[in-house]
Design a protein around this ligand. Sequence first.
Ligand SMILES: [Zn+2]
Length: 84
Amino acid sequence: MIKVENKISVCVDCINFIANGELPADTTESQDKAWVDKINANWPPGEQQLVDADEHAGFETTPCDCCDSPLHGDRFSVLILKKV
Ligand SMILES: [Zn+2]
């Protein structure tokens, strides 16, 4: 069975990556790798699934829950799904 474990707020780069597999347009390959490594360290693949909740969570000044980016900006809700 799949259970919704948590709901987090992520930055626009993370929602594009989670929803569409898109990497940020303005970064180098090594920056992209470091960024994806950070996300995988925070949310190890295989332990849970991150799913776009299709919900704008508003403007926030706290770090992104996914990649830890400290930049302020729009946040989007992502559900953390776990097998139970
Ligand atoms: Zn992020």
